[in-house]
Design a binder for this molecule. Structure first.
Ligand code: DAH
Length: 360
């Protein structure tokens, strides 16, 4: 008999005892397995190809017929029970592993929690919203226009002559669309005046906030892209006094009740007369300080809409008059927040930007 081959000479009763012993050993081993790896090792040992159980099972075929059924039955029972014990333990170990994972992932909901950091509005957004709000509360509505403009809306209709320096490549940014040399990035929101008047009959009361572009190298007081708010009021009987009253109301709402304004002569091709508007300094009350120097802050350009501009838009300049103004948003933000360098507004440095809190 070759070594290791005990069968088929084994006695059927001994086979049954052996199976019972393997049943007990297997159930105990499986139950004792601490991990899925342990369990797999136990399975190989108890039920694997080289296991005693396997050997006995294989020998069932050679048991004499009168005992074969009995031994075979026991072998089947034992296999069934071992498989059951194995499955039960595997399930238990798997659910333990899952519990451990869940435990590791546990979130303690009894803690107060971390509040998300809430962002702040950009100072330009704060100033723009506030200014627009002041004008809409006075009865103006918001108008918009494209940032890519044509020569007519940006210059011609605004009475800006052919030889005006703003029209040269040196000062304006032309888009360079093939076949459309007249397209440029608008240099001022005044172009929206034209589009608004073209699209509706008087009366007109609009403000147009928006981005404008100039061919300019940035420095502490200049950016090639900046923001303006344009204002336009056209109706029968609009006078310079209306302009003054409107701007005074704006200055007080924006910079404090005690503000006064002053008007000085200035030239802009699309208004006649044109003026420069100064506001008494909100910081030193007009005494003179490092923000204003002289006690006055020059804030915007304005004037009575030039009759040529009204006519260019199809308005009857004999019947209607109007005023217009243009305000730099960056300038207001710099004054109000005492920002020394305009580039701070576009550098995107959170340490700078998060200092400004406005009404969202
Ligand atoms: N468009 C002018 C600028 O960009 C500002 C301006 C001045 C607008 C006078 C006006 C105005 O509407 O009447 O410098």
């Amino acid at each position: 008999m070759p070594a290791g081959r005990l069968w088929p000479l084994m006695d059927p009763d001994e086979m049954v005892r052996s199976l019972e012993a393997e049943r007990a050993r297997g159930v105990a081993l499986f139950g004792a397995a601490e991990t899925l790896d342990d369990l797999e090792a136990a399975q190989v040992e108890v039920m694997g190809r080289r296991s005693r159980f396997s050997a006995v099972q294989k020998a069932v075929g050679s048991v004499p017929p009168e005992d074969r059924k009995r031994v075979g039955q026991v072998a089947n029972d034992v296999r069934g029970e071992l498989q059951q014990a194995l499955a039960a333990r595997r399930e238990a170990l798997e659910s333990l592993a899952e519990d451990a994972l869940l435990d590791a992932d546990r979130i303690d909901l009894t803690l107060p929690g971390r509040a998300p950091r809430i962002g702040s509005l950009h100072p330009l957004t704060i100033v723009e919203r506030e200014a627009v709000e002041v004008f809409t509360s006075l009865g103006f509505r918001v108008a918009e226009g494209p940032e890519v403009e044509d020569d007519w809306h940006n210059f011609q209709a605004l009475n800006i002559p052919e030889d005006h320096p703003a029209r040269t490549m040196k000062d304006s940014l032309y888009v360079g669309v093939p076949g459309h040399p007249e397209l440029l990035l608008r240099t001022e929101t005044s172009a929206v005046q034209i589009r608004t008047m073209q699209s509706q009959p008087p009366p007109v009361f609009v403000v147009a906030p928006g981005r404008v572009y100039r061919r300019e190298t940035s420095d502490p007081t200049h950016l090639p892209v900046f923001h303006q708010i344009e204002g336009l009021a056209v109706d029968e009987g609009i006078t310079f006094a209306d302009l003054k009253g409107t701007l005074e109301a704006f200055a007080r709402a924006m910079f404090g009740e005690r503000r006064r304004i002053r008007l000085g002569p200035a030239f802009f091709p699309f208004v006649e007369p044109g003026c420069e508007v100064g506001v008494s300094c909100f910081r030193c009350e007009g005494a003179g300080c490092r923000v204003c120097g002289t006690g006055w802050i020059e804030l915007l350009g304005a004037g009575m809409v030039h009759p040529v501009v009204l006519e260019n838009c199809g308005y009857d300049s004999e019947r209607y008059t109007g005023f217009a103004f243009g305000l730099g948003i960056e300038r207001v933000a710099m004054l109000r927040y005492e920002i020394a360098d305009i580039r701070m507004l576009v550098d995107g440095d959170v340490r700078v930007l998060e200092q400004f809190q406005g009404v969202v």
